[in-house]
Write a protein that binds this ligand. Structure first.
Ligand SMILES: Nc1ncnc2c1ncn2[C@@H]1O[C@H](COP(=O)(O)OP(=O)(O)OP(=O)(O)O)[C@@H](O)[C@H]1O
Ligand SMILES: [Mg+2]
Length: 220
């Protein structure tokens, strides 16, 4: 599809200060599921950059890959916007160690923020530290539960806790969650997503539901 030139680009930052919440996994899947997407890795570890480079080496081109560091992020995003060809810019971010600059930058650039959280007490303790950064910046956000097991106590407790947090901070919780599935870890071994690796699997179905729901939220 040839897109008209102009400001059609929407930016989604995937942010959670706790490590391992599935920020990179969710960002990469978003970049495959959302149409005309570009992926920007603001994590200095560069794991998503490495994932994309692995795809390029394997001859898998999508998504468009934007190289930027903190200093050049705005310029790179502006160029993508001006091209008229990028509909969705997804920003993967680092966990917080002692430097929140990349996280704050991604939030500042975002139209919408996705906050992945595992069903763990450690993640739930981190959310009230991450979400205020988004609220202070005046950005809308959604919490997405990741790596959960249907029917488990940890999922139920996390659904209750995140609903309260979302209510308190003025956000929403995605009604769909990512299961804890081996398909995600298998797919990434070949620099793929579950969407490509096991397109008819449950993981592909759930992550498509999550991103389609996010798209609807942004477009409201
Ligand atoms: N739904 C899932 N089911 C099973 N494994 C998963 C799932 N989501 C992510 N993982 C695995 O969990 C690990 C951490 O995920 P990921 O790298 O996406 O987290 P992150 O939040 O980006 O971590 P970091 O804070 O270090 O950047 C990876 O090995 C990934 O493959
Ligand atoms: Mg990561």
């Amino acid at each position: 599809m040839q897109l008209a030139k102009g400001d059609i680009m929407k930016t989604i930052a995937v942010v959670m200060q706790k490590g391992g919440a599935a920020k990179s996994t969710l960002s990469r899947h978003g970049s495959i599921i959302l149409p005309n997407s570009a992926l920007l890795d603001l994590d200095p570890q560069g794991t998503t950059n490495a994932w994309i480079e692995g795809r390029i080496e394997a001859g898998i081109n999508k998504p468009m890959h934007l190289i930027a560091d903190l200093g050049s992020a705005d310029k790179v995003a502006d160029k993508a916007r001006a091209s008229g060809g990028v509909e969705w810019l997804i920003i993967d971010t680092p966990p917080e160690h002692d430097d929140q600059r990349a996280i704050r930058k991604a939030i500042e650039m975002a139209d919408y923020v996705v906050v992945p959280t595992q069903p763990s007490i450690d993640d739930l303790r981190e959310l009230p530290k991450t979400i205020p950064l988004i609220v202070e910046a005046g950005k809308p956000f959604a919490i997405v539960i990741t790596r959960a097991k249907a029917g488990s106590r940890s999922l139920r407790d996390t659904q209750t806790a995140t609903a309260k947090l979302a209510d308190h901070f003025g956000g929403v919780v995605c009604p769909h969650f990512m299961g804890n599935r081996v398909a995600y870890t298998d797919a990434v071994m070949s620099n793929q997503t579950v969407t490509e690796y096991e397109p008819k699997g449950q993981a592909a179905a759930e992550v498509a539901m999550i991103w389609n729901w996010v798209m609807e939220q942004v477009n409201v």
